[in-house]
Design a protein around this ligand. Structure first.
Ligand SMILES: *[C@@H]1O[C@H](CO)[C@@H](O)[C@H](O)[C@H]1NC(C)=O
Ligand SMILES: *[C@@H]1O[C@H](CO)[C@@H](O)[C@H](O)[C@H]1NC(C)=O
Ligand SMILES: *[C@@H]1O[C@H](CO)[C@@H](O)[C@H](O)[C@H]1NC(C)=O
Ligand SMILES: *[C@@H]1O[C@H](CO)[C@@H](O)[C@H](O)[C@H]1NC(C)=O
Length: 251
C-alpha cells in the first residue's frame, strides 16, 4: 500500500493531502495540549474597525505591544482578532507581514490568537482606505462586515475570498502562535433569505478552502442563535457544527 499512497501524494499533492475534519479524540487532545485558555476579543484602542487596525497607514504595533501587555498582566492567554478581506486584497504581502508581527507580539506576551476571516455584523459596505470617524454614542459605529453584502451576493468575487483564506491559513498553517481559525463571525442566519442562501453556499466552501492547506490548528465558526445547544438549528448552524474541528459558540 505504502508506495501507492506515496505516488498519489506526488501526483496530486493538494487534492489528496487535504486533512479531514478532526475526530472528537483529536479535538480533545488539542484542547488538553493547550495551556488554560482565557481572553477576549481584541482590536487596537485607536481603531474603529478591522481595516483601521490592519491597513498600513494606521497599523500600530507599539500600541498592540502595550495593550497585550495589559492583557498578559491580567492573566489572559488568548485573543480573538478580526481580519478583513479588503485589507488582504489591497496588500497581501504587507497584510501577512502585519499578521506575523501581531502573532509575534502576542506570543511575547504568552497570548495565542483566534483569527476571524469573515463577519456579518454591522456596516454592510466596507470600503478600503481612510475610515470614517466614529459617531458619538453609537456602539461599533464604524465596524464593517467582511466581505460585505455586495461581495457576498456576487459570487464572481468569491475566488478572491478563496485566495484570502488559503493564502493566510497556508502562511501560518504550522504556527503554534495561532490558537485557531474562526472562518465566519455570526454569518447571516435569519431575516434576509437571499443573504442566508448565499451564506449556505459560501460557508461550506470556506471550510474546504481552509482545510485544503492542512492547518495544524482547529477550524471553527460559532453558532449564535437558535436552540443549537439542544442540537436544533438552521442550515447555517448545522453547517457550522458539522464542519468545525472544535465547536465554539456565542451566547
Ligand atoms: C507603511 O507605513 C510606514 C509607517 O507609516 C511607512 O514607513 C511605510 O512606507 C509604509 N509602507 C507602505 C508599503 O506603504
Ligand atoms: C460583481 O463583481 C464583479 C467583480 O468581480 C463586478 O465586475 C461586477 O460589476 C459585480 N456585479 C454586480 C451586480 O455588482
Ligand atoms: C435547508 O437547506 C435545504 C436544502 O438546501 C432547503 O430545502 C431548506 O429550505 C433549507 N432550510 C432552511 C430553514 O433554510
Ligand atoms: C449536518 O450533519 C447531520 C448529521 O450527519 C446531517 O443530518 C445534516 O443534514 C447536516 N446538515 C447540513 C446542513 O449539512
Amino acid at each position: 500500500m505504502l508506495p501507492l499512497i506515496f505516488s498519489f501524494l506526488i501526483l496530486f499533492p493538494y487534492a489528496v493531502y487535504t486533512r479531514d475534519r478532526w475526530t472528537e479524540a483529536q479535538a480533545t487532545a488539542w484542547f488538553q495540549s493547550q495551556t488554560y485558555i482565557m481572553g477576549s476579543q481584541y482590536i487596537t484602542s485607536d481603531s474603529g474597525n478591522q481595516l483601521e487596525m490592519f491597513q498600513n497607514d494606521t497599523w500600530n504595533p507599539t500600541l498592540i505591544d502595550y495593550e497585550l501587555g495589559l492583557a498578559e498582566s491580567l492573566g489572559m492567554t488568548a485573543m480573538r482578532v478580526f481580519l478583513h478581506d479588503l485589507a488582504y486584497q489591497q496588500d497581501p504581502t504587507g497584510f501577512k507581514s502585519r499578521v506575523d508581527t501581531l502573532l509575534g507580539i502576542s506570543a511575547k506576551h504568552g497570548i495565542k490568537l483566534l483569527l476571524v476571516f469573515l463577519d456579518s455584523c454591522w456596516n454592510a459596505n466596507p470600503q478600503i482606505g481612510e475610515q470614517p470617524e466614529p459617531r458619538s454614542g453609537v456602539m461599533l459605529s464604524t465596524w464593517v462586515q467582511s466581505p460585505g453584502t455586495n461581495a457576498l451576493l456576487n459570487n464572481t468575487q468569491w475566488p478572491r475570498l478563496e485566495t484570502y483564506v488559503k493564502d493566510v491559513v497556508g502562511a501560518f498553517a504550522n504556527d503554534a502562535r495561532v490558537l485557531g481559525w474562526d472562518l465566519w463571525n455570526e454569518p447571516y442566519n435569519a431575516d434576509d433569505l437571499t443573504l442566508v442562501a448565499a451564506v449556505e453556499q459560501l460557508l461550506p466552501q470556506l471550510f474546504q478552502w481552509a482545510r485544503s492547506v492542512n492547518p495544524t490548528q482547529p477550524l471553527t465558526s460559532g453558532p449564535y442563535n437558535g436552540d443549537y445547544l439542544k442540537g436544533i438549528g438552521s442550515n447555517i448552524t448545522q453547517i457550522q457544527m458539522n464542519n468545525s474541528d472544535v465547536i465554539s459558540f456565542h451566547k
